[in-house]
Design a protein around this ligand. Structure first.
Ligand SMILES: NC(=O)c1ccc[n+]([C@@H]2O[C@H](COP(=O)([O-])OP(=O)(O)OC[C@H]3O[C@@H](n4cnc5c(N)ncnc54)[C@H](OP(=O)(O)O)[C@@H]3O)[C@@H](O)[C@H]2O)c1
Length: 164
């Protein structure tokens, strides 16, 4: 099962200047709960953006074009097909970003774990592809209001690929 997990704003934005759009502790906890114990696949820029590398208790796979590069604590891979082959060795693997890797992987994904942040960042520079209703069915939704720790309303929504 290949999953994608991502937090997007109302315009599908996911980042700016190499960083996340906001600090949403509830989303970080959700991400940790869902991905711990599994394989996570990411692009080099997302790897470099992590405050602590590798992500603990997860098999980290990092994609780069630079064939002389390796990343301590991660499996380094140099093409998408090899990354997908490794991910498919697992019962559950998660594509965790960023924009470039999501765009390439969405065609192969079975399930999307989307955090919809109910806000718009006009200075965002990195985006998630459109979630086409013709391809994806919403199977679960949880709504949350902003609170002292989480500055925006948000929803955790799971989508599954529609059968052909
Ligand atoms: N909101 C969220 O949930 C979320 C999650 C993750 C990331 N983000 C944000 O997304 C942004 C980063 O995304 P991004 O699109 O700039 O970068 P990215 O997808 O994280 O990484 C891109 C890099 O990955 C490597 N790569 C990608 N596809 C490859 C392929 N097929 N073969 C070999 N290497 C490949 C290349 O590395 P080399 O340049 O080394 O060749 C490429 O430059 C940041 O702002 C980050 O905070 C947001």
């Amino acid at each position: 099962m290949l999953n994608i997990i991502v937090a997007i704003d109302e315009n599908n934005a996911i980042g700016r200047q190499g960083e996340l759009l906001c600090h949403l502790p509830a989303d970080l906890q959700h991400f940790k709960a869902i991905t711990t114990g599994h394989t996570v696949l990411m692009g080099e820029r997302t790897w470099l953006s992590l405050p602590h590398r590798p992500l603990p208790h997860r098999r980290n796979i990092v994609l780069t074009d630079r064939v002389s590069e390796t990343f301590d604590g991660a499996i380094t891979v140099y093409d998408l097909q090899e990354a997908l082959r490794l991910a498919n060795e697992e019962e559950e693997a998660f594509v965790i970003g960023g924009g470039m890797v999501y765009r390439q992987c969405i065609a192969w994904a079975d399930r999307l774990y989307i955090t919809h942040i109910h806000h718009t960042w006009h200075d965002a520079d990195t985006f998630f592809p459109e979630i086409l209703p013709s391809c994806w069915s919403e199977v679960k939704r949880e709504e949350f209001a902003a609170d002292d720790n989480n500055p925006y309303d948000f929803s955790f929504v799971t989508y599954e690929r529609k059968k052909a």
